[in-house]
Design a protein around this ligand. Structure first.
Ligand code: ZN
Length: 747
């Protein structure tokens, strides 16, 4: 039986640290106001250990209005919107319309009035901090009103008056990340709700500045991607963490793995000696979790580890009782995985006909398919499965794509089917239950037609095709009558029934075979009217997107400006490489080079920042949206907990028009071709700047600054120049490809 994992009690601690004040002595003191030493300009007196300053000198230094009413020994001090009223030898201070009791009272000395510095300065809204003989007075520009956990502890919300310069980064300790807020103080009515069973939070005031430092500490290393980890929401900041495992339970013959967020489908491996089932769950973080496994006949032990950081993968190993099997239940909810005891399935009737591989299992087995190279082959693993009677070792195939189908017993409960192929190719698995209760599995190798969708709006009609994999295609305009034809290579067997109803500018859709060697299908769209079209994809592609424009031209959408966004800046260095290279310098250098290259060819470029200054994510987006930019490209360098993580990737926001994907494709293609780093492909994520920009936008992660080799590349001007050329080329290629108007060829 598994040992019970001791659960940590919830961390419920907030520590606010500030250096204790020593006994103040006049002499070599310093009084810094916003960083400048004003000690010599103050008339000070120490009375009962309290530093008193002459009211007049304080007013002069702060630029405050001062009035002295001698008869009633009353001082009025006014700075900005704050008005203080104090009386000599009276312990009450009136701040606007509220009255407070003071510890030290104003006093008359040598005919002048003296005020307690700390109390007066704090009532005027300044931050007062002492460190030995140094006094620091700063005016914060923002206050933290509250800090609280959201989304079951996956997200930390900081409520602020306004966004002030912030930065977040990893530390030398992988279990700790630090968020710093500059020109910021805790609000007097600061409330915290920091209870979270996984993270311990510590807030420190930085002694000599209006700056807060929030340390986030976990019992386990924190997988944290800087660019995804922090987000703005109005005046608030959000820190996002990956979901983490919260419980593993065995109850009613079901093993349930629960997380505080979405669990993606794991990769499953069955291993022998000892018999165990390995579940590799992507994007899940290790943290404190409950383990409740009652004694049972299937599972002897459960082990959990953070198996990888690139990509983040949680590994759950189930030590199984000999001759017992488990299988994944299909109808899992979004934050649980459920496994149940499985019967051994038998596989029979392996066939390969008309480019279709099929077999039948008597249980609802879920084949695990993956492609291997050199030699190219598709591997199909059937776990918890044995070979049925007359199951062949090999099927002879004389295909152009598939050359042989072989089978083998991979281990006691895994049957492996291998399709030898002449090249990498997409495949599609379909499963259906037969009337006799058995399950038929069909694997199609031909490129096929997934769907064709038409959408119509007041300004345009959109056509979007989806295939199983990339296809070469051509879009042509034909006249008399107006038609648009799409000739697609290597796609067969689309039936008229799979085509949608005509819509908008399209009054008819037809399909036919244009040629058989090579195989080319033609889809013809009969048009009611033609005013121009745009193809928002590039051959070859696994999807085709075409926009038919209504009316003479699209409404003017503003200037033809391209916005280049250099990530981070100023107070926020972005990620920092192992030898100290800062992401903000790399991104600015590339952005300036892109600007130079494109401006020299006549393009209008606007940079969100041209120097080393902090700007918020919202300001970046506002710049692009306000000028109605044509394109927005954000430049970043990547970081990972794993120093081995490397390569180039490009992000787009999910659920945005096809233009975004095309932009990402050309950028990723040019960057990979030119930099020759690992091609990590195009990913979808809701980074703030690509989510809220209203024009086609993409975010490039040029290389990993956290990888020592790539950091050294990123520190070379030659490499940055190459990156800038690639980004410029990608932008030009995008603009050429979606240029508007009649691009067709009349036949
Ligand atoms: Zn970044």
């Amino acid at each position: 039986m598994p040992k019970n994992i001791a659960l940590l009690t919830a961390f419920l601690l907030i520590a606010i640290l500030i250096s204790a004040a020593g006994t103040l002595q006049a002499g070599d003191m310093h009084i810094y106001i916003n960083g400048q030493d004003y000690f010599d300009k103050f008339d000070t007196e120490l009375i009962d250990g309290c530093l008193m300053v002459k009211a007049r000198s304080l007013a002069d230094i702060l630029g405050a209005e001062i009035n002295w009413f001698k008869a009633i020994k009353t001082i009025h001090l006014k700075k900005d919107d704050t008005k203080l009223k104090m009386m000599a030898d009276n312990p009450y201070i009136q701040v606007n319309d509220k009255t407070y009791k003071t510890e030290h009272q104003p006093t008359m000395l040598k005919g002048s009035s003296y005020l307690p510095l700390k109390e007066v300065i704090e009532h005027l809204g300044y931050l007062y901090q002492e460190n030995g003989k140094d006094i620091y007075i700063n005016k914060p520009s923002s206050y933290v009103k509250g800090i609280s956990w959201q989304k079951s502890g996956q997200q930390l919300l900081l409520e602020l008056d306004k966004i002030s310069p912030y930065r977040i980064n990893k530390t030398d300790d992988p279990k700790k990340i630090v968020l710093e807020l500059d020109q910021t103080a805790l609000s007097p009515d600061f409330k915290d709700d920091l209870s979270n069973k996984n993270f311990y939070l510590k807030i420190e005031k930085v002694a000599n500045r209006a700056r807060l430092r929030l340390s986030i500490i976990s019992k386990y290393p924190i997988p944290f991607q800087r660019d995804m980890g922090i987000d703005e929401d109005g005046n608030n900041l959000l820190i996002n963490f990956l979901p983490s495992i919260t419980a593993i339970d065995w109850k009613n013959n079901r093993l349930k793995i629960t997380a505080n967020g979405d669990i993606r489908r794991p990769e499953i491996l069955l291993l022998q000696n000892p018999k165990r089932m390995v579940l590799d769950i992507p994007g899940l973080m290790l943290n404190n979790f409950d383990l409740n496994i009652e004694k049972n006949d299937w599972i002897e032990d459960v082990r959990v580890s953070q198996f990888k950081y690139d990509p983040v993968t949680l590994r759950v190993v189930l030590d199984l009782v000999e001759d017992k099997q488990m299988e994944l239940v299909q109808d899992n909810s979004s934050n649980t995985l459920i496994l149940k005891p499985a019967d051994l399935s038998e596989v029979r009737e392996l066939k390969f006909e008309n480019s279709i591989l099929s077999f039948i299992t008597d249980q609802s087995t879920n084949p695990d398919l993956f492609f291997l190279e050199e030699p190219d082959r598709l591997v199909i693993n059937l776990i918890n499965t044995v070979r049925g009677d007359n199951f062949p070792d090999k099927i002879d195939v004389k295909g152009e794509l598939i050359t042989a189908v072989r089978t083998a017993k991979f281990n006691e409960e895994t049957v492996r089917i291998v399709a030898d192929m002449t090249r990498e190719s997409a495949y599609k698995l379909e499963q259906k239950q037969l009337s006799n209760g058995k399950f038929k599995h069909i694997i199609k190798f031909e490129n096929g037609f997934n769907k064709l969708v038409l959408t119509d709006s007041t300004t345009k009609t959109d056509i979007s095709f989806d295939f199983l994999r990339q296809a070469n295609y051509e879009v042509k305009r034909l006249s008399y009558p107006d038609r648009l034809v799409v000739d697609i290579q290597g796609i067969g067997g689309i039936s008229q029934e799979e085509l949608p109803e005509p819509l908008g500018l399209i009054e008819g859709i037809r399909i036919g075979q244009l040629s058989s060697e090579p195989q080319v299908s033609r889809v013809t769209f009969d048009l009611t009217d033609y005013h121009g079209h745009k193809v928002i994809s590039m051959s070859p592609d696994s999807s085709i997107n075409i926009t038919l424009i209504k009316g003479a031209a699209e409404p003017v959408t503003g200037k033809n400006v391209i916005v280049i966004d250099a990530g981070h800046g100023g107070f926020d260095p972005g990620a920092i490489g192992p030898s100290g290279l800062k992401e903000k310098d790399v991104t600015l250098s590339i952005a300036l080079k892109v600007q130079g290259l494109l401006e020299s060819e006549g393009y209008d470029i606007v940079l969100t920042r041209e120097q080393d200054n902090f700007i918020s994510l919202k300001e970046r987006v506002d710049i692009a949206n306000e000028i109605k930019a044509r394109l927005f490209v954000s430049i970043h360098a990547n970081a990972s907990n794993s120093r081995y993580a490397d390569g180039t990737e490009t992000y787009i926001a999910p659920d945005k028009p096809a233009e975004n994907k095309l932009l990402a494709r050309v950028l990723q293609r040019e960057l990979s071709n030119s930099l020759k780093r690992k091609n990590r492909g195009i990913l979808k994520d809701n980074f703030y700047v690509i989510k809220y920009t209203e024009m086609p936008s993409a975010l490039v992660e040029v290389a990993f600054i956290s990888n020592p080799h790539e950091e050294s590349l990123l520190s070379s001007d030659f490499f940055l120049e190459k990156a800038a050329r690639a980004i410029s080329k990608g932008i030009k290629s995008y603009l050429d490809n979606v240029r508007q108007g009649d691009e067709g060829v009349d036949e």
